[in-house]
Design a protein. Structure first.
Length: 239
């Protein structure tokens, strides 16, 4: 249970999607039930909204612990990405993480300067000044880029993501098609695996084309053992 916050922070970035194509993105709100092993540990709320400028969007994820999880994570964990979406591409502009606790040293604040290809800010108390590689994403825009690729008929392949001072690479592999039942309803999905090369951790995602490849179920494994899962219980499109 002490790892709830770190697991939740990673999993919040696994449920990002829009609608069919960048030109027709629409705001939405999705709610998920979160489980750690077999325990229900909280709710996750995902919201995509316009930023007021053409092609710019804000994606916010909020994790509220419940039950025994509140003993170690009493606050709301919030991750927010400000992004620019154009054609087939996604560029993060700002990323913020507030872990919901009083200790600010666990928070993250990054700003992306694409003119100099650098990300600057603070991550968990350490200064960040990292050179970006093409298509680098933050932990939230990362999966938005993956879903947008699928919406445009492309395989997501390998995507880079910034994590503190490091750029990490994640491979995405198609596994199968599957119809599944969730608290939000029954969906036809495509199932993908997301993992770093040589890592013992992996995420399995059930993505619903009907919802623009939004994840309706996510399971996180370590050495083949399921640690964390999320199940969609409600979805509402915006205007």
């Amino acid at each position: 249970m002490r790892r709830f916050l770190s697991i939740l922070a990673g999993a919040l970035g696994l449920v990002i999607a829009g609608t069919s194509g960048a030109a027709t993105l629409q705001p939405f709100v999705a709610q998920y039930q979160a489980k750690y092993t077999w325990l229900s540990v909280g709710d996750i709320r995902l919201e995509l909204k316009r930023d007021g400028m053409p092609g710019r969007w804000i994606l916010e994820t909020r994790g509220d612990p419940s039950g025994l999880a509140r003993l170690v994570a009493s606050g709301t964990l919030v991750q927010t990405s400000w992004m620019q979406v154009a054609g087939d591409g996604v560029r993060p502009l700002k990323f913020r993480l507030d872990d919901g606790m009083d200790r600010a040293k666990e928070d993250v604040s990054l700003d992306f300067d694409w003119s100099s290809s650098r990300a600057r800010g603070v991550a968990k108390g350490e200064p960040v000044d990292t050179k970006l590689v093409p298509n680098t994403q933050d932990p939230v825009s990362f999966q938005f880029a993956m879903m947008l690729a699928l919406q445009n008929g492309h395989e997501p392949g390998q995507l880079p993501m910034i994590d503190g001072q490091k750029i990490k690479l994640y491979d995405h592999t198609f596994l199968r098609e599957e119809r599944i039942k969730t608290p939000a309803g029954t969906f036809d999905t495509v199932v993908y695996r997301s993992a770093r090369p040589e890592s013992s951790r992996e995420a399995i995602m059930w993505l619903a084309p009907k919802l623009g490849y939004l994840a309706v179920q996510v399971e996180q494994y370590r050495k083949g053992k399921k640690l964390f899962a999320m199940y969609m219980r409600q979805y509402k499109s915006g205007d």
